[in-house]
Design a protein. Structure first.
Length: 184
C-alpha cells in the first residue's frame, strides 16, 4: 500500500466503518501514506486480540500526534512484527521493513496493483488494517465509487485515501505531515 494519498480538504465528511510526507497542490494539502501493497497497514487478515473487528467510524477532524508515537518499541517503531500472512499476497518482509524500520520510503509505485487486491476486492467498502495490530486504519471507498477510488489510486501510484476514509481513532498526523498508526 505504499504511499496512500488522502485529500485533507476532501468532500463532505461522512460516517462509516503510514506514513506520509506533506505536499501542496493548488493550495490543497495532501498526505502520502506509505502502506505496503495495499498493504502494510492495509493487509492484515484479521484483527489481533483487543483490536476492533467491526467496521470503524471514519471521517471527522484530523487528529494530530507527536513524535513519541514513532519512538523505538519492541520491533523498530512497531510493537511487534507484521502478522505472518497478509491479505492480497502482500510481501510480509517488505511490509515489515516499510512499516517498522523505515520512515522515508515506501514500496515501489504500482506495487499495490500487482497484488491480488483488485481481483479480490468486492467493489464495496473495504477495511484496511494495521498489519501489526489488525486495527482498522482506513475504510474505502466512502463518499465515492470503487471505480473513483481505483482511478485515483492508479493516478497516484498507491492506494489513495481521503480524509473521510480515515479511522481517526487509530491514525495520527505528526507535525511534519507524516501520517502514522497510533501503534507506530
Amino acid at each position: 500500500l505504499g504511499p496512500h494519498v488522502f485529500d485533507m480538504n476532501a468532500a463532505p465528511l461522512l460516517r462509516d466503518s503510514r506514513r506520509a510526507s506533506p505536499a501542496t497542490r493548488a493550495g490543497m494539502a495532501f498526505a502520502t501514506l506509505m502502506l505496503v501493497g495495499l498493504g502494510t497497514v492495509v493487509a492484515s487478515r484479521r484483527a489481533s486480540p483487543g483490536a476492533p473487528i467491526l467496521m470503524a467510524a471514519t471521517g471527522g477532524p484530523i487528529r494530530y500526534g507527536d513524535e513519541s508515537l514513532m519512538a523505538g518499541k519492541a520491533h523498530g517503531s512497531c510493537v511487534a512484527p507484521v502478522q505472518p500472512r497478509l491479505r492480497w499476497g502482500c510481501d510480509g518482509k517488505v511490509a515489515d521493513n516499510i512499516c517498522c524500520f523505515n520512515r522515508h520510503f515506501a514500496e515501489r509505485s504500482g506495487y499495490w496493483a500487482a497484488t491480488s487486491f483488485l481481483k479480490e476486492a468486492n467493489r464495496e467498502k473495504t477495511v484496511f488494517r494495521d498489519p501489526v495490530t489488525g486495527r482498522p486504519l482506513f475504510v474505502a471507498p466512502v463518499g465515492r465509487s470503487f471505480s473513483d477510488f481505483e482511478a485515483e489510486s492508479r493516478q497516484h501510484g498507491w492506494p489513495s485515501f481521503r480524509q473521510n476514509e480515515v479511522v481517526w481513532a487509530n491514525v495520527r498526523v505528526l507535525p511534519n505531515g507524516e501520517t502514522v498508526s497510533v501503534d507506530g
